[in-house]
Design a protein around this ligand. Structure first.
Ligand code: SF4
Length: 471
């Protein structure tokens, strides 16, 4: 697709703004402030989409609630990565039928990656008649039009656009208040890893113009945001689709110059796009956090090939070494899939070998589960569930030991943390995060606010977190 076809035009956006105004007028004439409940499933990209959905709802006059009974509009923004999660969403949507029977004026909606799959969209259309707003990821920018039809014309709207994906700037965003924000720098993925549904539901890679990304970061800084996470399915292939010479390393250096921002993170990157230029740039980005997340997925070269990952175990280890050479104190995290079709015990041991060699601070490990519509789901040599679980448990034991050993090196260290609020597990404690991504709990201090940077001495270690005292 040509760039001009990818970008949603100002005219198209104006039409959507007009629809948003009409929805607001509709509720205004009724003397009503409608309330929306938006529930998000899945990854940060979906969270980011929900922030834009809520921004659009706000321009349509909506307020927000977390209570189903007082909502005029309930929307589930869904994830398609795992079949189990899809089943849960369908269960939740089914349960809304009773509320809809009691309050027929309630509008029930479902959107996101699940609805970008034709089979799922059709299933909702035929089996869940109480759902009247259905739209996939590619229809996001036309949400005001969808709502206009549903609210003002009482229509059932099912919108699923077949597309490689478009890019829309200037959609209003409603973020949760706080010192941290996600900034999408690109959408979609070109990689077609054989187990992954993302390229089928989020389209091809589309990079935002660097000026738009930087303008968003500048405006976040003005609002008081101190930490940004650059977001994309594959951030280090940023810029490949742009008609000018810019890549992710260049974008990082541009973001580094934005005043007011103190921490920069990015997620997710792909080993095959981790260039020497990017690695050499990492230490030059002064605000870059000492944390690198680089998924390796499997240690066996045969399995990596079946996964269509585009690198070998040796290449991954070489990359880890190169990154460690320029950022020796960086924490390292990764994603791993256990039990991909055909994975033998010997293959699995290759994965453990990478874990032992790289010594990750933590891993996000998943037991492989079939994802309909992907090549891996059709592979015949699926691994029995008990074997997958057995290997998974072995992996957890190895990683827990390493995580604890690494955390022990923090003992007695003075670390700077950004305060995140009251600790989840202890109302008398607060928590913050080091730039290497470690959670640190410390005694509650009423003089502190979320977003403050303080120094703490680490006094206690556990596998998953640290504890300390303010110094
Ligand atoms: S890189 Fe692979 S796993 Fe990641 S989103 Fe793209 S296809 Fe999915």
């Amino acid at each position: 697709m040509k760039r001009e076809e990818v970008l949603v035009t100002k005219e198209e956006l104006n039409i959507q703004n007009e629809y948003a105004k009409k929805v607001k007028e509709y509720y205004d004439t009724q003397g009503k402030t409608p309330k929306a409940l938006v529930e998000t499933f899945g990854c940060q990209q979906n969270e980011n989409d929900s922030e834009r959905i809520c921004g659009m709802l706000e321009t349509m006059g909506f307020g927000f609630t977390e209570n189903e009974d007082e909502a005029d509009f309930i929307l589930y923004n869904t994830c398609a990565v795992r079949e189990g999660a899809e089943m849960r969403v369908l269960g939740n949507i089914g349960a809304l039928k009773k509320i809809k029977e009691k309050r027929p004026e309630l509008i029930v909606g479902i959107c996101g990656c699940m609805m970008q799959q034709e089979s799922m969209s059709k299933r909702i259309k035929s089996k869940f008649k109480h759902v009247s707003v259905v739209f996939g990821t590619h229809s996001l920018y036309s949400f005001p039009e969808i709502m206009y039809k549903a609210v003002c014309e009482n229509e059932r709207v099912i919108s699923r656009i077949e597309s490689e994906g478009r890019l829309c700037e200037d959609i209003p965003v409603k973020r949760k208040p706080g010192p941290s924000a996600w900034v999408s720098i690109m959408y979609g993925c070109n990689n077609f890893c054989s187990y992954c549904i993302v390229p089928y539901v989020r389209g091809r890679e589309r990079s935002r113009d660097p000026e738009a990304v930087i303008a968003e970061i500048e405006s976040l800084a003005k609002e008081g945001v101190k930490e940004i996470t650059l977001l994309g399915q594959n951030v280090n292939s940023y810029g490949k689709d742009l008609e000018r010479d810019i890549d992710f390393a260049d974008l990082l250096l541009m973001a580094d110059k934005v005043e007011g921002i103190q921490r920069i993170r990015f997620v997710t990157s792909h080993p095959k796009d981790m260039t020497d230029k990017l690695i050499a740039t990492l230490p030059k980005v002064t605000k870059l956090c000492r944390q690198i997340h680089l998924p390796f997925q499997a240690g066996s070269n045969r399995i990596l090939k079946e996964m269509n990952r585009g690198y070998t175990k040796e290449r991954y280890l070489e990359l880890a070494e190169k990154i460690r050479a320029v950022m020796p104190d960086a924490s390292f995290t990764t994603d791993i899939i256990v039990g991909f079709p055909g994975e033998t015990y010997e293959d699995f041991l290759e994965t453990v070998d990478v874990i032992e060699k790289v010594r990750f601070d933590s891993v996000f490990s998943f037991i492989y589960s079939k994802r309909g519509g992907t090549p891996a789901a059709k592979m015949e040599n699926q691994v029995p569930e008990e074997i997958k679980h057995k290997h998974f448990d072995i992996l957890l034991d190895v990683q827990n030991r390493i995580s604890r050993e690494i955390n022990e090196t923090y003992s007695d260290r003075i670390e700077e943390i950004m305060v995140e609020g009251i600790s989840k597990n202890n109302p008398d404690a607060m928590c913050g995060r080091t730039d290497s991504g470690k959670i640190v709990n410390f005694p509650k201090d009423d003089t502190l606010s979320v977003g403050d940077f303080i120094k703490v001495k680490i006094t206690k270690i556990s596998t998953w977190s640290l504890a300390g005292e303010r110094v």
